[in-house]
Design a protein around this ligand. Structure first.
Ligand code: SF4
Length: 79
């Protein structure tokens, strides 16, 4: 099996199209409809390790058509 065939096989086996990444759960805003904005979450606040994110994207991005930065924080606060 060559590389292209292996990719096709993996995409067929794992039919994910979109990867949703929460870069951080930190946010400076206080939107009233959001549990983060209301301060109602008990999870520790933090940011995803950049080197781990790059490593994951470099090795797994071929499985996805799209990467979205969503979650319970403001991804604009992450470098
Ligand atoms: S995470 Fe989004 S919705 Fe929640 S307080 Fe921040 S900006 Fe508002």
């Amino acid at each position: 099996m060559n590389y292209e065939e292996a990719i096709k096989s993996l995409k067929k086996k794992f039919p994910f199209r979109e990867l949703n990444v929460e870069l951080t759960n930190i946010c400076n805003l206080r939107c009233p409809l959001c549990f983060t904005g209301r301060g109602e979450t008990e999870e520790p606040r933090g940011k995803m390790d950049y080197e781990k994110f790059v490593l994951f994207i470099d090795n797994c991005s071929f499985l996805f058509d799209k990467v979205s930065f969503i979650g319970s924080g403001d991804p604009g606060l992450h470098p």
